[in-house]
Design a protein. Structure first.
Length: 390
């Protein structure tokens, strides 16, 4: 494994099973590629044998663990989104990937992982230490400075010895504890506007599932409309607008709804087609690799999802009306549904309007809301034996 990409491609074409072979140390080719930082080779090996990302070597480490230990930021950036389960596996006494980066002083790799796995920043190892505990104990100053800027880092988390990260930091840096905690508060405020983007990045897989389900529903409804289709060719007599009666052939496979309720059918197919196309558009956006952490792409995707859900809801309402014999019985149902739907839309619109207005006021120097402080900061500080106020 010398990093020869063309050679690896040819070998895997001839024998794909080699991607699953283990050496005497129980290491797979993916272990070696990840440890040495061969990004493209690691991607190819993962595609050839996806399960190998969960394979453990003789020390109980998977390929992502080795990449974190060696500080292979490029490998982690590519493999973590492709192997979310392996990225959350622990090793070496309950150490997460973030713990391993802190332990071995891999700041660049840590920054990549925090972006992808920010829910693990307060995860504890078997000793109850978070990554902040470990950084303070190991005197990793650069890593400490970075961790204090993470909005959701918990400086009051206790380890198995009952020590909070703040107390440990105060013992080693008594003159800078106030500055660090204020830096954390400022970082939380500064990054509050980016939370929807982070939310969207974490929910990418969930959005993909929803889009696929809507596309499946829309496709099925398109080929099998409500009311079914004619099973056999049938000739019926119909009367045109001038009172003339003539024969009309109903062919097998045509929608019953198209003849019984043509207006309903046309509107149903329009809404269903819009939902189908928009759901496919969402899927294409998600698999295209576009930078959805940028607000523009996030809002485009949100608008598409809103339109998709609205279209499928309208299509359902039309289908429900077309198969109900007594139309008058649906008045209460439609009234309640419309009230609830527009109520939800109104709440969302009001919330977004307030948020945008607040952001505009901040841009012109007007701060409507009072600045927040650490929750129970004074009590916790006193419990740790401190006197200063955060």
């Amino acid at each position: 494994m010398k990093g020869h990409l063309p050679f690896v491609k040819e070998i895997l074409k001839l024998n794909p099973g080699l991607a699953e072979e283990l050496n005497s140390q129980q290491s797979s080719p993916l272990h070696i590629a990840a440890a040495r930082g061969h990004v493209e080779i690691a991607k190819i090996l993962l595609e050839a044998a996806p399960d190998m990302c969960l394979s453990l070597d003789c020390q109980g480490r998977n390929p992502l663990h080795l990449a974190a230990i060696k500080g292979r930021a490029g490998v982690l950036k590519e493999l973590v989104p492709r192997a979310p389960l392996a990225a959350r596996e622990k090793a070496d006494g309950g150490l997460t990937l973030l713990h391993l980066c802190v332990k071995h002083g891999r700041l660049e790799a840590l920054t990549v992982l925090v972006q992808e796995l920010d829910e693990l920043v307060n995860e504890k190892n078997d000793d109850g230490d978070t990554i902040l505990h470990m950084a303070i104990e190991g005197k990793k100053n650069e890593i400490m400075d970075y961790l204090f800027k993470i909005p959701n880092i918990n400086v009051y988390a206790k380890n198995s010895k009952g020590q909070t990260a703040k107390a440990m930091y105060k013992q080693t840096h008594p003159s800078t504890i106030t500055k660090a905690c204020h830096s954390l508060t400022k970082s939380r405020t500064k990054n509050s506007d980016s939370q929807p983007v982070k939310w969207l990045a974490k929910k990418r897989e969930a959005i993909m599932v929803v889009a696929v389900l809507i596309a499946t529903m829309a496709f099925q409804a398109g080929v099998t409309p409500p009311g079914g289709v004619w099973q056999d060719d049938t000739i019926i007599q119909v009367e045109d607008d001038y009172g003339h009666v003539h024969n009309k052939t109903l062919k097998a496979g045509e929608a019953v709804m198209a003849h019984q309720h043509p207006n309903f059918f046309n509107n149903f197919m329009r809404c269903n087609a819009v939902a189908f196309v928009l759901s496919l558009t969402t899927i294409l956006f998600l698999i295209s690799g576009l930078p959805f952490r940028r607000p523009l792409f996030m809002w485009v995707l949100m608008v598409i999802m809103w339109l998709t859900i609205t279209s499928i809801a309208v299509a359902f309402a039309i289908a429900y009306a077309s198969v109900t014999p007594d139309m008058d019985s649906l008045i209460d149902v439609y009234t309640l549904s419309i009230f609830v739907w527009f109520g939800v839309l109104g709440i969302l619109l009001f919330g977004n309007t307030i948020r945008l207005f607040d952001k505009w006021l901040k841009n012109i120097g007007v701060n409507v809301w009072r600045p927040t402080r650490f929750t129970n900061a004074v009590e916790v500080n006193r419990a740790n034996g401190g006197e200063e106020t955060v």
